[in-house]
Design a protein around this ligand. Structure first.
Ligand code: GCU
Length: 320
C-alpha cells in the first residue's frame, strides 16, 4: 500500500537489488550492527497494581502491572501499562500492539483504541538506560558476556512485553503488532526481525539503522549515529563510519528478512534526518520478498513524530 502521492523527486531515485534472503541474514545484522539479543528472560511474576475504568473514551480500561522478569544474573522489574479498548474481556480478548514509549507510559488516543487493539507499553529506559555511561545498569548487565547494544536490549524488552501480554485477561497475544517511533522504531524493527511471534512490525520515522538505506545519501549517517549514540550498537559498527558501501548488508534486507510476516514503514516529508527517501526506497527494494499486502508504507506531510494518523494508517494496514 502506498497511501500518499509521492514527491516527484523520489520516483527517479535508485532502488537497490534484493539479494536472496537466507536465515543467516539476521545473524549478519546482529554481528555488524545491533548485537545478538540473547535467549532468556522469564516472566516470573505479574502483579496488578491498579485498574482505572473509563479513563479514555467511555468504557476503555487502563491496567497497571508490575512485571518481574528473571534474567541469568538477576531480576528486571517493569511497570507496564495496558490500555484495553471498550469490550475487551477474558471472554473476548483483542489483539495487542506492544510499544515502548519515551515519556513514562503516554496514552494512545481514543481513536487508536477504537480501532480494536489493546496497547501494552513501558518506559523504554526501564529496560536499558539511554546513556553511554548510565548511572544505573539496565538489562544488559543481567546477562553474562553478550555483546549487544541498547537497541537490541530494547528489542528484547518488546519480546518480554509480548510475554506479558499473554498473561493479561482481555489481551490476545496471537497476531501481535510491534510498533515504535524513531530510536524505538529501530528497536521495533530489530524485534520484528528476531521474534516470529510478531505478525506485523511497524517502524515509524526510524531513519538510520531503522528503515532507511545506508547507501542512500541523506540524513543521519553511521559517523553521526555512532558518535552521538555509541551505546546503541556493537562497538565495531563504528568502523563503517564514512564507509557505508563496505557494510555487508543494507536495511531493505532487514525489512525483507521479516517476510512472510508483515511490515509497515512510515515516514514524514520534512523528517530529513531520518531520510524519508531512503526509507521509501528500502520498502520498494524489499517488496519482492512479500506477498500482496505484505509490506505497506505511508509518507505524510510534517516533521519527525508519531502522530495519531500514523497509528491509524498502520492499524488499518494491519487489519487487511
Ligand atoms: C536522534 C538520532 C536518531 C533517532 C532520534 C530519535 O535524532 O540521531 O537516530 O532516531 O534521535 O530517537 O528521536
Amino acid at each position: 500500500m502506498m497511501s500518499s502521492p509521492l514527491p516527484e523527486a523520489w520516483q527517479c531515485a535508485g532502488v537497490p537489488s534484493l539479494p536472496a534472503i537466507g536465515p543467516d541474514v539476521v545473524d549478519e545484522f546482529a554481528r555488524t550492527i545491533y548485537g545478538r539479543t540473547p535467549e532468556g528472560g522469564q516472566l516470573t511474576d505479574l502483579v496488578l497494581r491498579s485498574r482505572d475504568n473509563g479513563v479514555l473514551s467511555g468504557a476503555a480500561d487502563r491496567l497497571r502491572h508490575r512485571a518481574v522478569i528473571a534474567c541469568p544474573l538477576g531480576n528486571l522489574e517493569l511497570d507496564t501499562v495496558t490500555h484495553l479498548p471498550a469490550g475487551a474481556s477474558a471472554e473476548h480478548p483483542v489483539p495487542v500492539v506492544v510499544a515502548l514509549n519515551f515519556k513514562s507510559n503516554e496514552e494512545p488516543s481514543a481513536k487508536v483504541l477504537k480501532a480494536g487493539y489493546a496497547v501494552l507499553t513501558v518506559d523504554y529506559q526501564q529496560i536499558e538506560p539511554d546513556d553511554p555511561a548510565p548511572a544505573a545498569p539496565g538489562v544488559r548487565a543481567l546477562f553474562p558476556t553478550e555483546s549487544w547494544g541498547a537497541v537490541a536490549a530494547w528489542a528484547w524488552g518488546l519480546s518480554r512485553l509480548l510475554d506479558i501480554a499473554g498473561s493479561i485477561d482481555g489481551v490476545d497475544p496471537e497476531g501481535a503488532i510491534v510498533l515504535g517511533h524513531s530510536r524505538l522504531g529501530k528497536a521495533a524493527l530489530w524485534a520484528g526481525a528476531q521474534d516470529e511471534r510478531f505478525a506485523v512490525t511497524v517502524t515509524n520515522g526510524s531513519g538510520c539503522c531503522g528503515a532507511s538505506l545506508f547507501r542512500h545519501p541523506g540524513g543521519e549517517d553511521i559517523a553521526a549515529i555512532t558518535t552521538k549514540f555509541p551505546h546503541w550498537f556493537v562497538p565495531s559498527f563504528s568502523t563503517y563510519a564514512g564507509n557505508e558501501s563496505s557494510l555487508p548488508v543494507d536495511q531493505h534486507q532487514l525489512l525483507a528478512s521479516i517476510a512472510p510476516r508483515r511490515v509497515y514503514v512510515a515516514s514524514a516529508e520534512d523528517d530529513a534526518w531520518a531520510d524519508p527517501v531512503g526509507e521509501y526506497l528500502a520498502v520498494v527494494a524489499a517488496r519482492p520478498a512479500f506477498g500482496p499486502n505484505g509490506i505497506g508504507y505511508h509518507v505524510r506531510p510534517g516533521t519527525h513524530d508519531l502522530l495519531e494518523e500514523d497509528w491509524l494508517h498502520a492499524l488499518d494496514f494491519a487489519k487487511r
